[in-house]
Design a protein around this ligand. Structure first.
Ligand SMILES: O=c1ccn([C@@H]2O[C@H](COP(=O)(O)OP(=O)(O)O[C@H]3O[C@H](CO)[C@@H](O)[C@H](O)[C@H]3O)[C@@H](O)[C@H]2O)c(=O)[nH]1
Ligand SMILES: [Mn+2]
Length: 755
C-alpha cells in the first residue's frame, strides 16, 4: 500500500532558460538607457521628444511585465499509467460543449467535438456530455441525435482498435487501409471501411438537412422547435439516445440543452450558457469535475481526461489546484501562421512562464474545473469539507444561505451541498430530474442569486473565461498547464482579416473590461490572494487594448518627423543612435530565436511581427474605444461569434494560397491601418522627391532613423499596401480608402502647420 501511495501522478519541473533571461534583461537595460538618454536631452528637443519618451516608457514597462512572465518557465510531466493504481475508482466527469449559431458553427464540427469526447479513453459510465445550444437550432439537435446513433458504433470501434484521433472527420483523413499504418489485418480493414461508410452517411444526412429551411419534420421529439425564435423561446432539454430508462454501457450519456431566452432578459452569452450547464448537470449527474470545450475544440488525445486527473486527484492538489487548462492549439492553420493567431509561441514562453507562477489563466476551452471551486469554494474550505461541513468563502453555510446563493431550487442546492462537501451519491435517474432542470435553466432563475457575481462563470466581460479564472486565482487557487503529446485539444483559428480582427477586438475589449471592473486584478491582489507576480501578468494581459495608444502615436512619429522636418531619434552621427539600433536588433533576434526554438519558421515570426503592428492599431484601438463608450454608458459590448471554417484539409494548393492572402471588409477596423499606411507613403514620397533633405549635422532636422522607421512600417503594412490595389474581398473597400484618405490629409496638413 505504502509503495503504491508513493507512485507519482504528476510533477512540475523548472526549465533552464539562461540565454533567454540574459537577452531579456539586456533588452530591458537598453530600454532604460534610452529613457535616461531622452530625459537628459529633453531640454534640447520639443514635444516630439516628449511624446517618444512617453511611448517608450510604456513599452519599457510592458517589457518589464513580459520579462516577469517568462522568467520561471516550467514543464508538467504526468504519469497516467499510475492513475488507476492510486485511484482504482476514477471520479465522474461532466463534459460541456457550447455552440451558438448553426451557420457560423456548422453542426458537423460540433458533433465531431461531441463524438471525440464520447469516445475518450475513460470509463464511459463515469462520463456525461452536455451540449448547450444558444442558437436553439433544430438542425443542431437533429445532428446530435444522428451523431448519437453513430456513436454506438464509433465508441466501441475506437476502444477496440485504440484509435488515436477520435474526432471522425480527422481520423478518416488518413487511410490506414492503403497505408499499412495500423497493422492492417483484414478484420480491421473491413470494420474501418464500414465505419467510414457510416460516417459518410452521417455527413450526408446532416448536409442534406442543413440545405433545407427546416431540417426535418417538426413532429415528435422535434415538435418543441416549431415556433421558436433564437432569442425568444422556452427551455428545451432533451436526453439524447433511444431509450429513456437505461443507457448502453459503452456510450456516455448525452444531453441537449437550449436555455430559455427572452428578448428583455440579458443572457450573458457564453458565461450564461456555462452557468446553465453547471446547474442542469448538477441536477442530473453532479460530477465533481467538469470539462468545458468550445464546439470546435475536439479532444485530440484520447488520454486527456486521465492526463487532467493526474493533476487533480491527489490530496495535495485537492487543496491547491483549482483548474487544469490545456493550451489552445489549432489544426489546419495556414502555413506560416499568416494571421499570427496560432498562439504556439505565446503558450511556449508566456504560458509556461505563468504556469511557473500561480498558474495559467483560464482560456475558456480545454479546461477541467472542480465543481466546488466553480461553486465558490476557497482552498481553506477544504478543511471544513473534511469535517463534513458545507462552506464557501471560508464560512459555514446552512440550507437557507445555500438557497440564497444558488437559487430557489431545493433539489439543486442539495446537489450543490453534495458537491461542496465532496460527498458522493447524489444522483437521480436522468429523466426524473428533467422537471427541475427546466426550472434551473429558465431565464429568471438567477435573479437575486450569486450566479455570475460570486459563483459560476462571472458576468461583465467579453472574455468571461479570463475573468472567471482571475476570481479563482484571487481565492488562492493555482492552475496547471499540461502539454501532452499528442496535444490535448485542437480547434479552429479564424482566418481572413475580418474574422481574425473581430476576434482580437473582442478579446482586447473583454480583457480591458476586466481591468476597469470591480473584479480588477489590483483588488484581487490587495484584498485577495492573487500573488504579486500574477498581478503583473494580469496587468500585461488585460492591457492589450491600451497598447494601441502608444503604438499608434509611435507609428505616427516617423511620418510626422519627415513631413515636419523634425526628429524623434538621435542622428546617425550621434553615438546615442546605437541605443535604438541595439534595441531593434536584439528584440528581433530574441523573438526570432523564440520562434525557431518553438519549431516555427522565420516567415511565421515575420507574420507575427507584422500582425502585431496591424492588430494593435486596428482591433485593439477599436477595443479601447468600445470600452470607453461602455464606461460612458453609451453602448453595450456584444459577443460576436467567430466563423468556423469547415475545411477539408487535403492541402488544396489554391485554397491554401487564398488563405494566406489578407482579406478586408467595410468594417471600421481597417480605417486606422489604412490611414497610417497612407501617411507613411506620403512622408516617404515627399522625402524621395527631395522635398525633405536629410540634415548633415547633429543639430535639428530630419535624420536617417526616421526614414528607416517609416520604411519598416510600410513593410509591416504590406498586406494593406497590396489591399489598396486588389479588388473584391482581397481589396480595401472604396469607402474605407475614402475615409482614410481624408484622415491622412488632415494629419499631413497638421504636420505641415506644426512643423
Ligand atoms: O452567446 C454565446 C456566444 C458564444 N458561445 C460559445 O462560446 C464559444 C467561443 O466562441 P468563439 O466565437 O469560438 O470565440 P473564440 O474567440 O474563438 O473563443 C475564445 O475566447 C472566448 C472569450 O474569451 C472564450 O470563451 C473561448 O473559450 C475561447 O476559445 C463557442 O463555443 C460559442 O459557441 C455561446 O455559447 N454563447
Ligand atoms: Mn473559437
Amino acid at each position: 500500500m505504502a509503495k503504491q501511495f508513493s507512485l507519482p501522478l504528476s510533477e512540475k519541473v523548472a526549465r533552464k532558460n539562461t540565454t533567454q533571461r540574459a537577452l531579456d534583461i539586456t533588452l530591458l537595460f537598453l530600454l532604460l538607457s534610452l529613457l535616461l538618454y531622452r530625459l537628459l536631452s529633453v531640454s534640447n528637443h520639443g514635444f516630439v521628444w516628449l511624446l517618444a519618451f512617453l511611448c517608450e516608457s510604456y513599452f519599457t514597462f510592458n517589457w518589464f511585465l513580459i520579462v516577469n512572465c517568462k522568467w520561471n518557465p516550467v514543464d508538467f510531466i504526468t504519469y497516467p499509467q499510475n492513475l488507476e493504481k492510486r485511484f482504482p475508482e476514477l471520479p465522474p466527469v461532466d463534459m460541456f460543449v457550447t455552440t451558438a449559431d448553426p451557420v457560423l458553427e456548422p453542426p458537423l464540427i460540433t458533433i465531431n467535438t461531441v463524438l471525440s469526447l464520447l469516445a475518450v479513453d475513460y470509463p464511459s459510465e463515469k462520463l456525461a456530455c452536455y451540449l448547450s445550444d444558444d442558437g436553439c437550432s433544430p438542425l443542431t439537435f437533429y445532428s446530435l441525435v444522428e451523431a448519437s446513433k453513430f456513436a454506438k458504433l464509433w465508441v466501441p470501434f475506437c476502444n477496440k482498435y485504440n484509435v488515436q484521433v477520435r474526432a471522425p472527420f480527422r481520423y478518416f483523413l488518413d487511410d490506414p487501409v492503403s497505408s499499412n499504418l495500423a497493422g492492417a489485418n483484414s478484420e480491421f480493414k473491413q470494420e474501418w471501411k464500414k465505419m467510414k461508410a457510416e460516417y459518410e452517411e452521417l455527413c450526408l444526412k446532416i448536409e442534406a438537412a442543413s440545405r433545407k429551411s427546416v431540417p426535418c419534420d417538426l413532429t415528435g421529439e422535434f415538435a418543441v422547435f416549431s415556433n421558436v425564435g433564437r432569442s425568444n423561446h422556452p427551455t428545451i432539454i432533451k436526453i439524447v439516445g433511444e431509450s429513456k430508462q437505461s443507457f448502453p454501457d459503452d456510450v456516455p450519456r448525452l444531453v441537449y440543452i437550449s436555455r430559455e431566452k427572452r428578448p428583455k432578459h440579458p443572457h450573458h452569452f457564453k458565461a450564461g450558457a456555462m452557468n446553465v450547464l453547471s446547474r442542469v448537470s448538477g441536477l442530473m449527474t453532479n460530477a465533481p469535475y467538469m470539462l468545458n470545450v468550445d464546439c470546435d475544440m475536439f479532444a485530440n488525445n484520447p488520454q486527456v481526461v486521465r492526463q487532467a486527473m493526474c493533476q487533480l486527484l491527489d490530496s495535495k492538489s485537492e487543496r491547491e489546484i483549482g483548474f487544469v487548462q490545456f493550451p489552445q492549439s489549432f489544426y489546419d492553420g495556414p502555413k506560416d501562421d499568416p494571421y499570427g493567431n496560432q498562439l504556439v509561441v505565446l503558450y511556449e514562453y508566456m504560458g509556461r512562464g505563468i504556469a511557473g507562477l500561480q498558474g495559467i489563466s483560464y482560456s475558456g476551452t480545454g479546461c477541467f474545473h472542480r465543481r466546488k471551486v466553480i461553486y465558490g469554494q476557497w482552498p481553506e474550505d477544504v478543511e471544513n469539507q473534511a469535517r463534513n461541513h458545507t462552506s464557501i468563502n471560508g464560512k459555514l453555510v446552512d440550507n437557507e444561505v445555500l438557497i440564497k446563493v444558488f437559487g430557489k431550487s431545493k433539489r439543486f442546492s442539495e446537489s450543490a451541498a453534495y458537491a461542496l462537501n465532496g460527498k458522493k451519491g447524489f444522483s437521480s435517474k436522468l429523466p426524473d430530474s428533467l422537471d427541475e432542470a427546466f426550472h434551473v435553466a429558465s431565464c429568471d432563475y438567477e435573479f437575486g442569486t450569486s450566479w455570475g457575481t460570486k459563483i459560476g462563470w462571472i458576468y461583465g466581460s467579453m472574455t468571461e473565461d479570463v475573468m472567471t479564472g482571475l476570481m479563482i486565482h484571487k481565492k488562492g487557487w493555482k492552475s496547471t498547464l499540461p502539454m501532452p503529446k499528442p496535444k490535448g485539444f485542437l480547434g479552429c483559428a479564424p482566418s481572413g482579416g475580418p474574422a481574425a480582427m473581430t476576434q482580437q477586438k473582442r478579446w482586447a475589449t473583454g480583457l480591458f473590461e476586466i481591468l476597469v471592473s470591480r473584479n480588477s486584478p489590483i483588488f484581487a491582489f490587495l484584498c485577495g490572494k492573487l500573488q504579486f507576480r500574477m498581478l503583473l501578468f494580469y496587468l500585461w494581459f488585460l492591457s492589450w487594448g491600451l497598447f494601441s495608444i502608444p503604438e499608434l502615436c509611435y507609428a505616427a512619429l516617423p511620418a510626422y518627423c519627415i513631413i515636419a522636418n523634425s526628429q524623434f531619434l538621435p542622428k546617425v552621427q550621434d553615438p546615442a543612435i546605437l541605443i535604438p539600433v541595439a534595441i531593434f536588433v536584439i528584440y528581433n533576434l530574441l523573438t526570432i530565436r523564440e520562434y525557431l526554438k518553438a519549431g516555427m519558421s522565420i516567415r511565421a515570426w515575420w507574420n507575427f511581427m507584422k500582425m502585431g503592428r496591424i492588430t494593435r492599431t486596428s482591433a485593439y484601438l477599436l477595443a479601447s474605444l468600445t470600452v470607453v463608450l461602455k464606461l460612458l454608458g453609451l453602448s453595450e459590448t456584444v459577443f460576436e461569434v467567430t466563423q468556423k471554417d469547415q475545411s477539408n484539409s487535403d492541402g488544396d494548393i489554391e485554397t491554401n494560397k487564398d488563405a494566406i492572402k489578407f482579406t478586408f471588409d467595410e468594417s471600421p477596423l481597417f480605417v486606422p491601418g489604412t490611414t497610417l499606411l497612407l501617411v507613411q507613403l506620403t512622408a516617404l514620397l515627399s522625402f524621395s522627391v527631395g522635398l525633405r533633405p536629410l540634415a548633415h549635422d547633429v543639430g535639428h532636422g530630419l535624420g536617417l532613423g526616421e526614414v528607416f522607421c517609416s520604411l519598416w512600417l510600410v513593410l509591416c503594412y504590406l498586406p494593406f499596401l497590396k489591399g489598396l490595389f486588389r479588388s473584391g474581398k482581397y481589396g480595401i473597400p472604396k469607402s474605407t480608402i475614402f475615409k482614410s484618405t481624408s484622415l491622412a490629409l488632415v494629419f499631413v496638413l497638421l504636420c505641415i502647420k506644426l512643423g
